[in-house]
Write a protein that binds this ligand. Structure first.
Ligand code: SAH
Ligand code: SF4
Length: 428
């Protein structure tokens, strides 16, 4: 979502006549779009700010945007005086005004969560040269997992209106997008009413987008297990454009830990959802997020995490050491886990997850599938695209261009990508 927000900030400033500085060029304004999810991400901001200071002690105009801005507010400019602007993730449409204020030497801090959404103030999506696009449909979170800052930094759960999303999708497709990834902190909690006043969930939206000519692929992320409706599961069975990939974080395999995390699902209910998803779409690739070392996590709890990984079988995953976040209930809990224990657990978990993703890739060899070419590869003439299961696949790109959907046979698997051989061109 930060990538999406960054693009929209760029478009907003572009519409006001600013142009992007080239790599390594001295910029007049630098916008740091920040993440507060774990301490490491949040601390990185301050080293980035430090690097922007010039030798003579001056600096470009610096705007800190995103969730660190929301969480720390004006404290940021106290700690880093070269920061001129602080703007939260729901207020960045006001950046032009904040820049004008900062240029006048006035304070420019805006961490409001205005009732009228920023989306109503942003310019229409421009033509974009890439075939894949992100589209935020839902923001914020009401789930309040005890470790997580998102409900505080992104605010309450909101769903963008049906018509706005369809319009933005059309603009993206008109501009050249052939694949759209719908984004939300809880994307599958998205709900709105369609043009005829009927209540719709994410599955209804996906079905409407499927009808757009020129849109070949639809993905969505991130989903919460509790909002995994049967309608959405069914969409995986019968919407051809909906790719067979589901990112469904579980965090822990121990129901006791899940309760302490306030996840409101259990190990069993998660596994039951995975079984229904696989019934609907047997070849679906499942990915997940994991936290090790949540306060009070015992060896047995951690073993439960390893065993849910074995039972589920992940194609890909993100795993993290628990990071205590200011203002969250878990940060105040007893039984914080020592760093060495967390490190050891993370290593064991990551080794198992790496083994699984390699096994998933190896099992794909011999399959024929379409890949959407997205970028050039490292070797001359090589083009890289994504398989339906979100694997990177490189092919000899002769006769093809970025944006082509090409049918390939997957012929070999490396640790991070697969090699494909063209069978025939599916669509140009
Ligand atoms: N809404 C999504 C994920 C949002 S945050 C969900 O509920 O699944 C992305 C991931 O960061 C989470 O899934 C979690 O694994 C991780 N995360 C969030 N807070 C964390 C913390 N305090 N320490 C470590 N990892 C954390
Ligand atoms: Fe954070 Fe996701 Fe839990 Fe919401 S559901 S509080 S975003 S981890």
């Amino acid at each position: 979502m930060n990538v999406y927000d960054g693009e929209r900030i760029g478009e907003l400033l572009g519409a006001r006549g600013l142009t992007a500085a080239g790599e390594g060029e001295d910029a007049d304004l630098v916008v740091l779009n920040t993440c507060h999810i774990r301490e490491k991400a949040a601390e990185k901001v301050y080293s980035d700010i430090g690097r922007l200071n010039r030798k003579d002690g001056s600096s470009p105009m610096i705007a800190v945007a995103g969730c660190v801005a929301q969480a720390e507010g004006e404290e940021i400019s106290r700690r880093a005086p070269s920061v001129d602007i602080v703007v939260g993730p729901q207020a960045y449409h006001r950046l032009p005004d904040l820049i004008a204020r900062a240029a006048r030497g006035e304070a420019a801090v805006d961490t409001d969560m205005p009732a009228i959404s920023k989306f109503d103030h942003l310019p229409r999506r421009p033509t974009q040269p890439r075939p894949t696009a992100f589209l935020s449909v839902q923001e914020g979170c009401d789930k309040f997992c005890t470790y997580c800052v998102v409900p505080y930094t992104r605010g309450a759960e909101i769903s963008r209106p049906w018509g706005d999303i369809i319009d933005e999708a059309k603009a993206l497709v008109d501009g050249g997008a052939r694949e759209i990834t719908l984004l939300g902190q809880n994307v599958n909690a998205w709900t709105s009413v369609d043009d005829s006043g009927r209540k719709q969930g994410l599955d209804g939206l996906i079905r409407a987008l499927d009808a757009l000519t020129g849109l070949e692929r639809i993905r969505y992320t991130t989903s919460h297990p509790n909002d995994m409706t049967q309608g959405l599961i069914d969409a995986h069975a019968d919407v051809a454009a909906l790719m067979p990939y589901l990112h469904l974080p579980v965090q822990s395999g121990s129901s006791r830990m899940l309760k302490a995390m306030n996840r409101s699902h259990s190990r069993e209910s998660y596994l039951e959802i995975i079984a229904r998803v696989r019934q609907a779409r047997p070849d679906i690739a499942i990915s997940g997020d994991f936290i090790v070392g949540f306060p009070g996590e015992s060896d047995a709890d951690f073993e439960d995490t390893l065993s849910i990984v074995r039972e589920t079988g992940y194609a890909a995953a993100f795993s993290f050491k628990y990071s205590p976040r200011p203002g969250t209930p878990a940060a105040e809990m007893d039984d914080q886990i020592p760093a060495e224990v967390m490190n050891e657990r993370l290593q064991r978990l990551q080794a198992l997850l790496a083994e699984q993703s390699q096994a998933f890739n190896a099992a794909s060899v011999g399959k024929t599938c379409a890949i959407m070419l997205e970028r050039t590869g490292r070797k001359p003439g090589q083009l890289i695209g994504k398989s339906p299961w979100l694997q990177s696949v490189h092919i000899d790109g002769a006769g093809h261009a970025i944006g082509d959907l090409v049918e390939v046979e997957l012929v070999s698997a490396g640790p991070n990508s697969l090699a494909g051989v063209k069978t025939r061109k599916v669509a140009a």
